[in-house]
Design a protein. Sequence first.
Length: 185
Amino acid sequence: MRIENRTLLGTLFFVGAAQFVLMIVIAEARYPGGYSVAINALSNLGVGQTALFYSAWIAVCGAFVLIGSLLGRRTLGTGLTTTLAVAGACVVGVGVFPVRTSAPHEVFAIAAFVFAAVSAIISYRVLRPPLSHFSVGLGIIALVAIVLLVTGHYLGIGKGGMERMIAYSILVWALGFGGALIGAK
């Protein structure tokens, strides 16, 4: 049985995003001494007792995005392939360079967020409405949240909450994008 390229590509995106969302829930629950989604950044999960678990699964997520983007370059087109490949490589970088490494981690994290948000926006080219419209909206939400995060404007939800506005907007898009590719004819 031959798996169509879109199906494999969609599966990689969907599984990568789904396992990352579930990993976040597990790591937050296992974080020693309490964890606040408003105060703590996601990357705080990459320190201490949850470090190996978090770092490994975020690297897996990034690898799935990177592999999927390279396998799907015909389906995705040059622009989306490029932004997804960079985002995937940067997500792997977040896993390899935990928050305690400071500068490398921050560069990979912000780059991953920016390239993933841009990917969501330009994915409208390969998606049908209404998902194409939702993708643009989620990408814009992520970009606005990036600006708010780096300028220290948390709008009452804390630094951790603002980071989640970025991450969850991207993850919701990735789940929808993957599902659309899996179901495409």
